[in-house]
Each structure stands twice: as structure tokens, then as C-alpha cells.
Design a protein around this ligand. Sequence first.
Ligand SMILES: *[C@@H]1O[C@H](CO)[C@@H](O)[C@H](O)[C@H]1NC(C)=O
Ligand SMILES: *[C@@H]1O[C@H](CO)[C@@H](O)[C@H](O)[C@H]1NC(C)=O
Ligand SMILES: *[C@@H]1O[C@H](CO)[C@@H](O)[C@H](O)[C@H]1NC(C)=O
Length: 439
Amino acid sequence: MRQLVFLPLLLAASTVTSQIVRTLGPFQEVFAWKQITFNIQGSMPLQDRFGELDVQEESTSEGVQKRHTSDIVFHNDNEGERDWNTQNSRLRTTTTIRPSRNTGWNRPSSTSTTTPRPSSALFTDESRQFFVQYNNLPMGVERVGRRVFITLPRRRYGIPATLNYLHLDQDSNTRSPSLRPYPNFSASSYLTSVYRTRADRCGRLWMVDTGMLEIPNNRQQVQPPAIVVYDLNTDRPILRYNFKTSDIPSAITPTGLASITVDIPDNDCNDAYAYVPDLATYGLIVFSLKSNDSWRLSHNFFSFNPLVGNLNLAGQRFQWNDGIFSITLTNPTSAGCRDAFFHAMIGTDEFSVSTCTLRNRTASEDSNFWSLFSIIGNRGANSQSTMHGYHAGSNVIFFADIARSAVSCWNTGNPLSSSTVGILASDTRRLGYPSGKCR
Ligand SMILES: *[C@@H]1O[C@H](CO)[C@@H](O)[C@H](O)[C@H]1NC(C)=O
Ligand SMILES: *[C@@H]1O[C@H](CO)[C@@H](O)[C@H](O)[C@H]1NC(C)=O
Ligand SMILES: *[C@@H]1O[C@H](CO)[C@@H](O)[C@H](O)[C@H]1NC(C)=O
């Protein structure tokens, strides 16, 4: 199954500086966390565990080794033996849990009853816990102005807020700043679970709220899956568009809505499109803001390649089946259309389709619809990638490669093959499971 996650917590960007400069290939570390902490109206549950003390360790290579071996957070969702027993538990609400300035955190005084679980020294009842540090895995990252948005999809209990941010002016005096719920703690409960965000040039932040608590063996659809858009000037939601039932063919489809790509063809902010890949049930959902409508497309290229599904990441071996994962748009061509490049995560081929095809609501009715999609090339062995992003100035696409723990790149002016893909940085310890990309 696809729901295995582990990642060392590393963000890299070349445009921000921190006091101590660590690099990885051409990348400069900006923030790093061993475990996530939160800053909720000044109250911080737990201390930063990856702070400046660790910096001294780095003076010896032995110290680095030690630190990073404990750096991996590993979740295997096929843990059938875990009895979560949480039928009656609900997503926490702001009325039952409050941060306390003096004593840290009050346990939720939940009024719901939970079935008593078999007592076990190993598992505490996480369903009742407001914050389970180990379960807080960042998945998406995006810098907009002086803020860095970081998402924590709710695939476990104990995640205080799914969408959070850092402020580069207020939070960059430490290597591991605490995350701030967006827009603030009380309003953050508007969102159930978000994988990744995308900002547009109209000052808006787009995302899919899957609406689902993805607890292993106990998935709960808390609210309908929806596209949510925030106005970044007011930090208020300006759109919640529930997908149509025809967009969501299966109960597990929401678990596959892990990214979103925004297209504004004519620089008219009211005429925007969002393209949402569905990696779980292999489709692509198109949303038109102007017509307040959505439609779902199917194509064989959205599927995974079964020949490259065996992965060995940092010693964890498993088989995966994620389909279409990431969509990135080129500069417009003369006709005002862009190429939408896309790939399955379990795959090494790159495909494309014109955004004019995606935006045409009736294009899929054409008997030749399938032929409007192209294969661009193969990126080579071990190039399975989560997100990728097109850099408009250079026409280069950057890839977050999971199978080789790398960031790679390809100049779209060249034919795509393993020999035209360059590896910018690769490190199984510090770049394990690269999951997001910043513009
Ligand atoms: C939290 O954010 C919401 C939405 O922006 C706003 O309406 C509310 O007043 C804020 N609450 C606090 C305590 O700042
Ligand atoms: C958009 O469509 C939905 C139904 O899919 C409807 O509930 C909603 O009111 C519409 N929004 C606008 C702004 O028309
Ligand atoms: C949309 O696609 C249909 C079917 O291929 C085609 O007949 C129509 O001309 C297209 N519309 C536009 C605006 O390109």
C-alpha cells in the first residue's frame, strides 16, 4: 500500500540564510527538525529537540552519523496488529482542547466515549491525545513572501493543525522553529487534512482538504473532500468547493488528492483552473473557478508502472502503487496553452498534455482523446519522483526523487533521457523521501 512514510526533516532553499550554513550539493539548509513542535499562541508543547546543541555534534563526523540514524520517522500503515479502537472518537475540536500557558497542554476533556482498548505498554491511546510528536510528519512546503507554509496531513492522531506556517522574520533565529497553525489555532480546525498547497499570482493559497482522517484501519471522512482557497491578504478562506460525486469514484479517492496545480490562462484571477491528480484511483480532476464546476479525466498514463514499484528506501523495502502524483506547467505557447507535464510516483516516464485539452470540458468525449497525451521520455532507473516543478526563467524542471534520495533536474529544451537528467544532490540520510518543492 502507498501509505508508508518516512522522511528526515530537511528544507532547503537558496534564498534564505541562517546563522550556521550547512549545505547539500548546491542547497543550503534553512531549517531542520528532528521532530516537529508547535507555537500555539505563545504556548509550545515540548521543546525543540534538534536545536543548537546538535550543531556542536556536527564537528565530528561520528556525531553526524549518530544524530541522523535517529532522524528517521517511519510509519508502516499495514500494521494490522494495531487495534486503534476509536470508533467513537472524533477529530478534536477547539472547544475540548486548549493550550495552557503555564502547564503546557491540557489533555482533551473529550465528551465522546471510546471503546476501552486492550492495555498495552507499547501503545498509548493516541486518539485522545492532542499532540503526538512522532506522528507529525511534514509533507508539503511552500514559501510565499516571508511565510513558509508547511502541511502535515492527518494520517495519524495527535496532529494539532494540518496547515501551518513559519515567519521568516520572526522564526529564523532558530534552526528548528515551532510551527504556527494557519491562520491561527482556533481557525485552523476549518481544515481536516491537507497534503500540499499551491500559491497563485493573485495572492491566494490553494489546496485540497481531503476531509479525511487517514488513521490506519480506521479512516474517517470528517467532511467532504474539497478545494479550499485562502486569501493570503486577509488569511480567510474565500472558497470551499466540494468535489462532485463523479469526481470521487471510490471511498479511498480522497487519500490520493495529494497535490494541486493552479493555471491562470489569461491573467484573469477570476478565470483560474486547478488540476488535481488522484494518485490513489488514477485520475485527474479539473476545476474551473469561473464556471464553479469540475470534471474528472481518465487516461492510462495516470496509472503506475508495475515494473518499478519495488522500493528500498533507507533500508525499508516495500512495494508501492502510487499513480499520477505531480503536475507542473510550462510557459504558455503561442495559443495561450501550456504543456502540463506529469508523472506517476511509481514510474520513471514523464508525460504531457496541453492545458487547453484539460480545460476543454468536452474534450474527453472525443474518440481520439487518448491521443492528445504524449510521452516525453524516460528519466532513467531509480528516478521515481514525488513532486516536480517547472522554473519559468530557465525552462528547467526540478524533481524530488525518492528512489535515489535526490533532487534532480532536466532542461526541457533537451530530449528527456537518463543522460539529460542531472542530479543536484543525493543523500540517503539527509534527503530521504523528498516530498515537497518550493518555487
Ligand atoms: C483567527 O483567524 C480567523 C480567520 O482569519 C479570524 O476570524 C479570527 O479572528 C482569528 N482569531 C484569533 C484569535 O486571532
Ligand atoms: C458552486 O457550486 C456548488 C455546487 O457544486 C454550489 O453549492 C455553490 O453554491 C456554487 N458556488 C457559487 C459561487 O456559485
Ligand atoms: C473541445 O473539444 C471538443 C471535442 O474534441 C472539440 O470539438 C471542441 O472544438 C473543443 N473546444 C475548444 C474550445 O477547443
